[in-house]
Design a protein around this ligand. Structure first.
Ligand code: DON
Length: 577
């Protein structure tokens, strides 16, 4: 196949590894006709049903993705929606091509590097999170359009049908949404801000699980976007409502109508890296997708032959510690900071890096690809101080022609900034930047810069076999833990012999900084915690984790999918229509 997925580290588009590139090490074309039907796994059954409705009428995976996400913005507003942004990795089976579409929120032109500082100290996190300064230009609607223009098979207006119907006829509030509202009200402004308070707390009481709720403002917004396209969102009354909400006290932001009108979703390079005979393809910065290539390769350098389960888990922990330290130090908006991606993924660097681990309880420090590989030294970067909270969703879709979407969408914290406009909440993605500013120190890679996109942990990923055939579609929400959650599914399925559902259910283990968090509420988490502690790691036992892994695996006999039991989603599938 044209992509030479198996053998080359390939920065798609940038390095010319995409279409029509003569191939030094080509693998056979993946030409067998697709015979596996379609499948969607999404975090909420109403949204999965919307995807299924599109797929059953022959829609492209992208049509299903937009339909599902428009529903998620209604039924799972704590996680994502029109007021937020996200990433979409799209596989085009016929062209054997992949694209990474970036609909990440963008800092307003008036954003400042010290906007989350107060008296030379970072302001309290809750204050920053609930402020208007936290609101970035929402990217979801522009992302829908970019994806639909490239791949959509069904009419643009059709994909909004299920969400408009549910917003008008009513949907059932889930336990997760009701529980998040209840837990959030004492700390956030969700029960105070105009619009949000009336919608989520009618009569002063939080929406209860099982209640039927209508959202006519959301239906109206979607109808306008369906009829007029993204200009109905980025200009005119909807944009004015977003700007007014972001500029309102307390700590109003600088978001303007000009920022809204200037927003563009971007097609960025995909990065593919070899791992054993497979190729792992994922999103480039500002996403942290490249960790999905770093972790399995570092793992292979650490795991002994014939390893026991305990040794495999230890190698997974070590690989994460190294990869997180590099990610934390180097990753930011690639349009604002030079991210040394090729160096970090270079096999020689990874082999060297795997031997640089300190003691288990020490904080892992970043490596230096330039020093290992030669070449220009990298400019100094300040320490990373980024903090991420829950409020994101992931879905995976394969359509009846074998096209696939892996998409992670977010409003950042639960219900974003708690600010409301035109039927949805606004994101707080600006707090995904490093918020600490020290004038005398070098700027961190992920510093707030006007017009920049904050670094993200969201890692929509696909794995391909030697022949270029699609093997896995994976990804998760979970803030900084996303790279660990997602890599667990790749190693779980490809190395630990787990089925897709077993890999999703397997205890999450997150090794960043000087600690290793182990999910003891899922078996065999308690055992793993004990053995890691005995090895000297600073183990933090956690009853539950916030993953939302929605994964599809292609087997010889068909598609197998899993929805994360830690969230509320499901898997639907069907034959080729
Ligand atoms: O882009 C990011 O990395 C974060 N805004 C994602 C936050 C998140 O996943 C919270 N999840 N539950």
């Amino acid at each position: 196949m044209r992509r030479s997925l198996s053998l080359l580290l390939c920065l798609w588009l940038l390095a010319g590894c995409g279409q029509a590139q003569p191939d030094a090490v080509s693998a056979p074309e993946a030409t067998a006709p697709w015979a596996h039907g379609w499948m969607a796994t999404v975090a909420n059954p109403d949204a999965t049903a919307a995807a299924a409705e599109m797929l059953a009428q022959g829609g492209h995976a992208v049509d299903a993705a937009i339909a599902a996400h428009a529903v998620l913005g209604l039924v799972e507003p704590e996680s994502s929606g029109l007021g937020g942004g996200g990433f979409m990795l799209v596989f085009d089976a016929k062209a054997q091509d992949l694209a990474f579409l970036d609909g990440r929120e963008q800092a307003p032109a008036g954003a400042r590097i010290d906007m989350f500082m107060e008296n030379e100290a970072p302001m309290n996190y809750v204050q920053a999170w609930q402020s208007g300064r936290a609101v970035g230009v929402p990217g979801a609607v522009a992302l829908y359009k970019l994806a639909h223009d490239r791949y959509g098979k069904l009419p643009w207006a059709t994909v909004f049908g299920p969400a408009i119907r549910l917003a008008e006829d009513g949907f059932t509030v889930t336990a997760k949404m009701a529980g998040t509202l209840e837990r959030l009200a004492p700390i956030a402004r969700i029960d105070e801000n105009p619009g949000a308070a009336e919608y989520f707390f009618p009569g002063g009481q939080p929406l209860a699980a099982g209640a039927t709720v209508r959202n006519p403002a959301y239906a109206e917004t979607l109808k306008r976007v369906a009829a007029e396209g993204p200009s109905a969102f980025y200009t005119g009354p909807i944009a004015e409502a977003i700007v007014a909400s972001a500029q309102a006290a307390p700590l109003g932001g600088t978001l303007t109508l000009e920022d809204m009108a200037n927003y563009e979703a971007i097609a960025r390079p995909v990065v593919c890296g070899p791992w054993r005979s497979l190729s792992i393809c994922t999103a480039t910065p500002p996403s942290s997708g490249a960790m999905q290539i770093m972790i399995p390769n570092l793992y292979d350098h650490r795991v002994p032959e014939g390893a026991t389960q305990a040794q495999r888990i230890r190698a997974f922990v070590e690989a994460q510690r190294l990869a997180y330290a590099d990610r934390d130090h180097y990753f930011g908006d690639p349009d604002r900071v030079a991210v040394p991606l090729e160096g970090l993924l270079n096999p020689a660097y990874l082999e060297h890096r795997a031997q640089t681990l300190g003691a288990p309880a020490e904080t892992a420090t970043h490596g230096d690809p330039a020093a290992v590989l030669g070449g220009e030294a990298l400019s100094a970067l300040g320490p990373d101080t980024t903090l991420e909270l829950a409020g994101t969703t992931h879905f995976s879709i394969v359509d009846a022609e074998g096209n696939a979407v892996s998409s992670t969408m977010t409003v950042e914290g639960p219900f974003g900034s708690s600010r409301w406009a035109a039927g949805f909440v606004l994101n707080n993605e600006m707090t995904d930047f490093a918020r600490v500013y020290a004038p005398e120190a070098p700027e961190p890679a992920n510093a707030v810069r006007p017009g920049a996109r904050p670094r993200s942990s969201m890692s929509p990923t696909m794995v391909f076999d030697e022949a270029g055939g699609l093997l896995m579609v994976t990804g998760s929400p979970g803030g900084n833990s996303i790279p660990a959650y997602t890599a667990k599914t790749i190693l779980g399925i490809q190395d630990w012999g787990l089925t897709v559902q077993e890999a999703v259910n397997f205890p999450n283990i997150i090794a960043r900084g000087d600690a290793v968090r182990v999910e003891t509420g899922m078996a065999p988490g308690a055992e793993l915690a004990v053995s890691l502690e005995a090895e000297g790691f600073n183990v933090q036992a956690r009853e539950g984790e916030n993953s939302g892994l929605h994964v599809i695996v292609v087997t010889e006999t068909g598609l197998e999918g899993a929805a994360d039991p830690r969230r509320e989603g499901n898997v639907l599938s069907g034959p080729t229509p």
